[in-house]
Design a protein around this ligand. Sequence first.
Ligand SMILES: [Zn+2]
Length: 320
Amino acid sequence: MSYYIGIDIGGTSVKAGLVNEKYEIVKKMSLPTYSQAGEDNGEKLANALNKLVRDLCAETGIPLGEVVSIGAGIPGSVDSQSGTIIYSNNIVMENVPLRELVLARLGRKIEMANDADAAALGECLAGAMKGCKYAMMITLGTGVGSGVIIDGKIYSGYHSRGGEFGHTVVEIGGVRCTCGRPGCLESYASATGLIRMTKEEMMSDPQSGMWELVGGDIGKVDGKTAFDAREKGDASAAKVVDTYIRYLACGVTNFINMLHPQKICFGGGISHSGEALLAPLRAEVYKEVYGGADRYTTELVQASLGNDAGIIGAAMLGRE
Ligand SMILES: [Zn+2]
């Protein structure tokens, strides 16, 4: 049996797993992420990675020398060739030579990729898109993340700057995105966008059942509020969900017209709405997709590995 180590670096914790060649996680461990602004954040992250890898080996009895490759998914932009974190607002880092810092401590090279790319690879190897050569994962969380797999490999563009599908425009002159561009898909299809649209609709309809769901406190609105109220037959909530799905479908149809993957899987908080999200999304997308949807149709499915996708994908970066 061959073993690999994958590390998923998030805003609150660093999760690491020892993964075998069947893509099963044998053992998982985590440490809190140190994400206060400071000059030695990179050093602290490298220390955490070094500790997690050594602890995983010690706990499982697998010698470090027998681990085939080690990889990490980073929440931000990464230069995979040089092993540098270019920028991450999530873990507050800029131009951190993480590969070099880990090498000095662990004596091993780590592979690096954007976390959304690593998760897409994980779902493609072992999850909802298993066996697909052409696949895409869209994460509907605080932002809209995307990972593209072409010919079984991550496609990330020149110096890993590509694949930012969340920052394509679905509304010219629309709501300004965190990236600065008005009308990005992320401004509408993220949980942040859905919450904004939910609150706007509640303000214009004081009778909406959504108020009851949040106990009259608009600060308690989350990505489920509109979906839950729609289930109960609330008309304003249905309006919010319809608008949300129209924007998401616009983006997804664009991606299919560009890449035509075999499958697109959806992860992140909003994807937990399952078929309440996917059924109307399919209806909208298949109505508009170029060439029609009666054959070789891109399947739209829910991601199946949760947080493990990022660990498994990162573990296999060196094996690509
Ligand atoms: Zn944007």
